[in-house]
Design a protein around this ligand. Structure first.
Ligand code: ADP
Length: 160
C-alpha cells in the first residue's frame, strides 16, 4: 500500500486543493487529507467543520480519507505508514516556505519524501484567505470553491 498524507489547514477547502487531491489520488493507493488543528492561525471554520466539508466533497474519491491531526506532520505520516507528504505549489512565494518545510521534514524523517504538485494555472491565484476575504465582503466565490463550501461560507457570514 503506497500511502501519502496531504496536510493543511483547509479553512475552507478550495478548487485548488481539490485539484491537488484529485491528481495525488491517482499517484498513491491511499491519500489521507490531514486537517491540522492549529489554533494560532485563528481559523474561520472549526477543525470539525473543515473535516465535514472535506468528507462531503471528497465522497467521489474512494481512496481518499479525511482526518484531523495535531502536532508534527512527520509524526502523523510515520504513524500512518505514509511514504510521502503531498503539498501543492502555487506561485514563487509558496516556494521558500515549502522548501524550508520539506528540508526540515527530511531532517526529522529521512525516509519520508515530500512530493510537490504544481497548481493548474487557472487555480494558481486561489487561496483560502482570498476566498474568506471575498465572502466576508459579500462577493461571489462560486468559481473558487465547491458549491457546498459556498453555502457554508454564506451561513458563516450570516452568523457573524
Ligand atoms: P497550510 O496552512 O498548511 O499552508 P493550506 O490549506 O493553505 O494549508 O494549503 C495546504 C496545501 O495546499 C499547501 O501545500 C498549499 O500550498 C496548497 N494549496 C493551497 N491552495 C492551492 C492552490 N490554489 N493550488 C495548489 N495548491 C494549493
Amino acid at each position: 500500500m503506497r500511502t501519502a498524507v496531504y496536510p493543511g489547514s483547509f479553512d475552507p477547502v478550495t478548487l485548488g486543493h481539490l485539484d491537488i487531491i484529485g491528481r495525488a489520488s491517482l499517484l498513491f493507493s491511499k491519500l489521507i487529507v490531514a486537517v491540522s488543528v492549529n489554533p494560532t492561525k485563528n481559523p474561520l471554520f472549526s477543525p470539525e467543520e473543515r473535516v465535514e466539508m472535506l468528507k462531503e466533497v471528497l465522497m467521489p474519491y474512494p481512496n481518499v480519507e479525511v482526518d484531523l491531526f495535531n502536532g508534527l506532520t512527520v509524526h502523523y505520516a510515520i504513524e500512518h505508514k505514509a511514504k510521502a507528504i503531498v503539498r501543492g505549489l502555487r506561485v514563487i512565494s509558496d516556494f521558500e516556505n515549502e522548501f524550508r518545510m520539506a528540508l526540515t521534514n527530511k531532517k526529522l524523517a529521512c525516509h519520508l519524501e515530500t512530493v510537490f504538485l504544481m497548481t493548474r494555472a487557472e487555480y494558481s491565484f486561489i487561496s483560502s484567505t482570498t476566498v474568506k476575504e471575498i465572502a466576508s465582503f459579500g462577493g461571489s466565490v462560486r468559481a473558487l470553491v465547491p458549491p457546498l463550501v459556498e453555502q457554508r461560507l454564506k451561513e458563516k457570514m450570516r452568523e457573524k
